[in-house]
Design a protein around this ligand. Structure first.
Ligand SMILES: [Zn+2]
Length: 141
């Protein structure tokens, strides 16, 4: 909200707006479009302009713009290819994790089988021991 240059009153709405194209100053490039609002002070009636917004335009040769757009297009394409690759790698990682999990399970099964064999052996030994003890016991009685 601009202030009235005479009495400092704040004005919120311009009475009219227009655009002016400003040529580049020395050493500057491109044109500047200024959106200007004309305000009338509701307090003292002073009319004053204020720049609402600025937009700079660079003059670019059509061929240059085209080549920039083409470059942008190929960058986008490259980006898409990269995204596809990343997705593929994530998929591979998932597969590797699955197969690692599977082989971990297989190792666990192998380990349990060994343990089972040991236990079976121990049970056999205990049975034998029990048999011998029963024989001894029967002799004592
Ligand atoms: Zn005023």
């Amino acid at each position: 909200m601009p202030n009235c240059p005479k009495c400092g009153n704040k004005e919120s709405l311009p009475t009219r707006t227009f655009s002016v194209i400003v040529e580049p100053a020395k050493g500057e490039r491109g044109m500047t479009e200024r959106r200007v609002g004309m305000y009338t002070c509701s307090n003292c009636g002073t009319k004053f302009p204020t720049v609402i917004s600025k937009q700079r335009y660079l003059i670019v040769a059509e061929e240059q713009l085209k080549s920039i757009q083409e470059e942008l297009g190929s960058v986008k394409k490259g980006n898409e290819d990269l995204n596809t690759k990343v997705r593929g790698m994530a998929e591979q990682q998932r597969e590797m994790e699955n197969s690692m999990e599977k082989s971990a399970k297989e190792n666990e099964v192998r380990r349990l089988k060994v343990k089972l064999a040991e236990l079976e052996e121990f049970v056999t030994y205990l049975r034998k021991e029990k048999g011998e003890l029963e024989q001894k016991a029967s002799k004592i009685r």
